[in-house]
Design a binder for this molecule. Structure first.
Ligand code: FAD
Ligand code: SF4
Length: 481
C-alpha cells in the first residue's frame, strides 16, 4: 500500500483544529500568590488537555521533535492525549525523558518545541500547541495514579559508575546507566539530592514533592545516593576511579558571580545562590520552625534579568517585602528570563527598572546595606552574542533605598572537581568534554550539564547526561577510549 500524502494524512477537520484556541493555564490569583509559596500554575483540567491536544494538525514532518533537545515523540504523546489514552502518552514521554513533570513546568518551550510547532505559524494563528502544558498534564496524571510501570533493568553487568552531583544531568545519566545493569552511586555535596531543582527553583514554580517522587523512582531502580559527600574534599575523582569503572561529573554551575563593586560585603547583600538556597532548600521562609534565617527585607533590590533574578524577586515578595525592584542593565527585550516568568513577576508587583546598573551599595554604621547607587544605561552596538551592549549614560547617578540586595548576574562552574583532578582539561572553569559523548581529557571520566555548558537549562543538562550514559555504556562494554 502506498504511503499517504500530507493532504491525505491531514485530519478532515483541519479548519476546526486551527480555530481552537490555545488553552490558558489556570493560575492562582496574583495578589494571593504573591504572599504564599504554593504553586502558581495549577495545571490544565482534563477538558482543557483534550481540547489542547486536538489542536495538533498531524504534520507529516513534525518540526516539534527536533525542537526538543531530548527528541521526545511529541506528536505521538499529543495524539494519545487526544485519544484519552493518558497511560499511553506517559509511556511515550518516559521513552525520552526522566523528568517530564519537571520539564513540563520549567523548560523554555517557547524557544524550543513550541517555537517550531507549525500551528503557531501564520497570521491567523492562535498560538502553537501548548506542548509543555500537555507534558505536565500527563506526568501529573501518571504520578497521581501512583502505579507507573517499573522500568526494565538489564541483568547486572558487574560494572560500576560514580556520578558527581544529583542535578538533572547526574540523575538522567544515573537512570540510563542503572537501566543498562550497572551499579550506580551518586555523590552529592548538599544534604538533599536534586541540584538546582531543589536548591534554586522555588516551590511556587516547581513543588519539591515532584522532584522527590522522581528521585525515589531512581532509588527504586537501585541507584544509591550518598549526600553530604563533597567530591574533591571527602574523596577525589582519582580516588573514586580506584573503586569505580567510570565517573560522570555533573557538578553544575553554582559559583555566583559578583560585579566587584563597593559595598558587596555589606550585611543584607546576598548572592542569588545563597538567598535561594536559604529560602528553598533550608526552608528559611518558615524560620524559626526551620533553623536557617534569611533577612526579610521590606525594600529589596534584585540585580539581573534571568530566571534566577525572577525567582529571587518573587521569593522576596513572598517573604513579605513591600517593594521589590528588579534592576537590569539592558531593556526588557533583552531579558534572558522566560517570558512566562517575567509576566508572572510583573503581575505579582515586582517593579522593573530597566537600563540601569548598580555602581555601589551604601551601608549604615552597623555595616548593613541601605541603598543602591545606580547609573542609567543606553543600548549601543550589538556585542558578539548579537545583543546590543549597554553603555553608561554619564552623570546619570541616582539612588534607590534598599535593606536587602540580591545579586543574580550569573553563575560559573563549580571549581572543586576541576581543581582537584590532575589532567582534567578546562576552559574558563568549564570542564572540556566532547559534544556527543561527554568524554573528558581523563580516561574513564565523563562530564555534562552546566559544569560543561555553563549555566544553561534543565533539559540540556538532562540531554547531556543521557548522551554521556550511552558513551559510558560503550566504554564499559568495549574498554575503548
Ligand atoms: P545542578 O542542577 O547545578 O546540579 C549539580 C549538583 O552537583 C548540585 O546538587 C551540587 O550540589 C552538586 N555538586 C557540585 N559540586 C559537587 C562536588 N564537588 N561533589 C558532589 N556534588 C557536587 N533551567 C530551565 O530549564 N528552566 C528554568 O526555569 C530554570 N530556572 C532556574 C532558576 C534558578 C534559580 C537557577 C539557579 C537555574 C535555573 N535553570 C533553569 C537552570 C537549570 O536549573 C540548570 O541548567 C540545571 O539544573 C543544570 O543541571 P546540572 O545537573 O548540570 O547541575
Ligand atoms: Fe503537532 Fe505542532 Fe508537532 Fe505539528 S509541530 S506535530 S502541530 S505539536
Amino acid at each position: 500500500m502506498s504511503e499517504k500524502t500530507e493532504k491525505e494524512r491531514a485530519p478532515k477537520d483541519l479548519k476546526q483544529r486551527y480555530a481552537t484556541v490555545r488553552q490558558e493555564m489556570p493560575c492562582q490569583d496574583p495578589s494571593a500568590r504573591a504572599r504564599n509559596f504554593q504553586e502558581v500554575a495549577l495545571g490544565l483540567e482534563i477538558e482543557q488537555a483534550l481540547a489542547e491536544a486536538y489542536r495538533c494538525i498531524y504534520c507529516t514532518k513534525p518540526d516539534c521533535i527536533s525542537g526538543c533537545p531530548v527528541g521526545i515523540d511529541i506528536p505521538g504523546f499529543v495524539h494519545k492525549v487526544e485519544a484519552g489514552d493518558l497511560a499511553g502518552a506517559a509511556a511515550i514521554l518516559r521513552e525520552s525523558t526522566l523528568l517530564p513533570a519537571v520539564c513540563g513546568r520549567v523548560c523554555p518551550q517557547e524557544e524550543q518545541c513550541e517555537a517550531v510547532c507549525k500551528v503557531g505559524r501564520g497570521k491567523a494563528t492562535k498560538g502553537p500547541v501548548a506542548i509543555g502544558r500537555l507534558e505536565r498534564y500527563v506526568a501529573d496524571w501518571e504520578r497521581a495514579q501512583g502505579n507507573a510501570p517499573a522500568p526494565v533493568i538489564a541483568d547486572p553487568t558487574g560494572k560500576s559508575v560514580a556520578i558527581v552531583g544529583s542535578g538533572p544531568a547526574g540523575l538522567a545519566c544515573a537512570a540510563d546507566l542503572a537501566r543498562a545493569g550497572h551499579k550506580v552511586v551518586i555523590f552529592e555535596a548538599l544534604h538533599k539530592p536534586g541540584g538546582v531543582l531543589v536548591y534554586g527553583i522555588p516551590e511556587f514554580r516547581l513543588p519539591k514533592a515532584i522532584v522527590a517522587a522522581e528521585i525515589e523512582g531512581l532509588q527504586r531502580m537501585g541507584v544509591e545516593i550518598i549526600c553530604n559527600f563533597v567530591v574533591g574534599l571527602t574523596r577525589t575523582v582519582d580516588e573514586l576511579l580506584e573503586e569505580f569503572d567510570s565517573i560522570f561529573v555533573g557538578a553544575g554551575a553554582g559559583l555566583p558571580y559578583f560585579m566587584d563593586i563597593p559595598g558587596e560585603n555589606l550585611g543584607g547583600v546576598y548572592s542569588a545562590n545563597e538567598y535561594l538556597t536559604r529560602v528553598n532548600l533550608m526552608g528559611a521562609y518558615d524560620f524559626p520552625n526551620n533553623d536557617t534565617p534569611v533577612v526579610r527585607g521590606k525594600r529589596v533590590a534584585v540585580v539581573g534579568g534571568g530566571n534566577v533574578a525572577m525567582d529571587a524577586a518573587r521569593c522576596a515578595l513572598r517573604l513579605g517585602a513591600d517593594e521589590v525592584r528588579l534592576i537590569y542593565r539592558r531593556s526588557a527585550d533583552e531579558m534572558p528570563a522566560r517570558a512566562e516568568e517575567i509576566h508572572h513577576a510583573e503581575e505579582e508587583g515586582v517593579v522593573f527598572t530597566m537600563l540601569t546598573n548598580p555602581l555601589r551599595y551604601l551601608g549604615d554604621e552597623r555595616g548593613r546595606v541601605t541603598g543602591v547607587e545606580c547609573l542609567k544605561m543606553e543600548l549601543g552596538e550589538p556585542g558578539p552574542d548579537g545583543r546590543r551592549k549597554p553603555v553608561e549614560v554619564p552623570g546619570s547617578e541616582h539612588l534607590y533605598a534598599a535593606d536587602t540586595v540580591v545579586v543574580a548576574i550569573g553563575n560559573g562552574p563549580n571549581p572543586l572537581v576541576p581543581r582537584t583532578t590532575p589532567g582534567l582539561e578546562t576552559n574558563r572553569g568549564k570542564i572540556v568534554a566532547q559534544g556527543e559523548t561527554g568524554k573528558t581529557s581523563v580516561k574513564g571520566v565523563f562530564a555534562g550539564g552546566d559544569i560543561v555548558l555553563g549555566a544553561a537549562t534543565v533539559i540540556l543538562a538532562m540531554g547531556a547526561g543521557r548522551d554521556a550514559a550511552r558513551a559510558i555504556n560503550e566504554y564499559l562494554e568495549t574498554g575503548n577510549w
